[in-house]
Design a protein around this ligand. Structure first.
Ligand code: C2E
Ligand code: CA
Ligand code: CA
Ligand code: CA
Length: 278
């Protein structure tokens, strides 16, 4: 027993060492990633459950690095947040998403909203509002076609945040609470913040059909949203069964692999964009 305990310990430290090493590599490679143009935005459609038509898309960052290969955002975004790299990366994301949407609208496609993920750290950065304003002016996209997706972690900064979000709202953009139900345990911020919509977290939606409790949670979140006059988006919609359940339970919008994976801009354009009717 003693012998095994010792081995376990060594295995653990080895694993820790590997994790630390990978983190350091990511940190190092991240520093030059923007200059080397290693990032790309993918787009995933958001569908209106009332008429099954596309109404918008979420932009999702992809990182392809020569040394590390494809690094998933779940792995590098938190490191970018810790190191502050999220500020320039987030700026690039915001500008790229707005520019892309403006270009599609100018090309005559039916106008869609673009949803952009924003970290708390970006929101707290003093020039964020100006950056959003500048991007809107530079690319000429009406603010009403921009949605910022924020997470429940903003609840920790209540007072400052209300002010910042009010200013963003005043520009005419929409605000969506991402990963709803996974983070903060109090709902008080829902009435404090000027939100337009809630996104039900993947984890509840994916396993809904096999799990009565998740079904109940999803229904409850939809009810909360309706009560507070917020739109509700379900993400992680992988199958037709889930899609139909959401439509039957008055969820407004759906997003997920069952509809489409996130796609590079050119593929998204081919598959999802349609000409405006004249
Ligand atoms: P998120 O904002 O909750 O985005 C939804 C994630 O679920 C995406 O993962 C998406 O590809 C994935 N997804 C969509 N439909 C399905 C489905 O049907 N089943 C399953 N299993 N997954 C589905 P992705 O692209 O790997 O992004 C992961 C997270 O990284 C995002 O979660 C978000 O928190 C963060 N992220 C991505 N892009 C950005 C960005 O530009 N800025 C910031 N700050 N964070 C980002
Ligand atoms: Ca999101
Ligand atoms: Ca989410
Ligand atoms: Ca998530």
């Amino acid at each position: 027993v003693k012998e095994r305990g010792k081995n376990d310990f060594q295995l653990f430290t080895h694993e820790m060492h590997q994790k630390l090493y990978r983190k350091m590599m990511i940190e190092k490679q991240l520093r030059s990633a923007l200059d080397n143009e290693e990032f790309e935005l993918y787009y995933q459609p958001i569908i209106d459950l009332n008429n099954n038509e596309i109404v918008g898309m979420e932009s999702l960052i992809r990182w392809n690095n020569e040394t590390l290969g494809q690094v998933p955002p779940d792995e590098f975004i938190s490191i970018a947040e810790e190191t502050g790299m999220i500020i320039p990366i987030g700026h690039w994301v915001l500008n790229t998403a707005i520019e892309q949407n403006a270009r599609w609208q100018k090309a005559g496609y039916k106008p869609l909203t673009v949803s952009v993920n924003v970290s708390v750290r970006q929101l707290l950065e003093p020039t964020f509002l100006v950056k959003v304003k500048n991007a809107i002016e530079k690319y000429g996209l009406p603010a009403s076609y921009i949605v910022l997706e924020i997470t429940e972690s903003i609840a920790m900064y209540a007072e400052v945040m209300v002010e910042k979000l009010d200013e963003l709202k005043a520009l005419g953009i929409s605000l969506s609470m991402d990963d709803f139900g996974t983070g903060y345990s109090s709902f008080s911020y829902l009435t404090k913040y000027p939100l337009d919509s809630l996104k039900i977290d993947n984890s509840f939606v994916i396993s809904m059909s096999q799990d009565a409790e998740n079904k109940a949670i999803v229904k409850t979140i939809i009810a909360i949203a309706k009560q507070l006059d917020l739109k509700v988006i379900a993400e992680g919609v992988e199958g037709v069964e889930e899609y139909n359940f959401l439509a039957a339970n008055c969820c407004d919008f759906a997003q997920g692999y069952g509809i489409s994976r996130p796609l590079p801009a050119t593929d998204f354009e081919d598959k999802w964009l349609t000409r405006s009717e004249l």
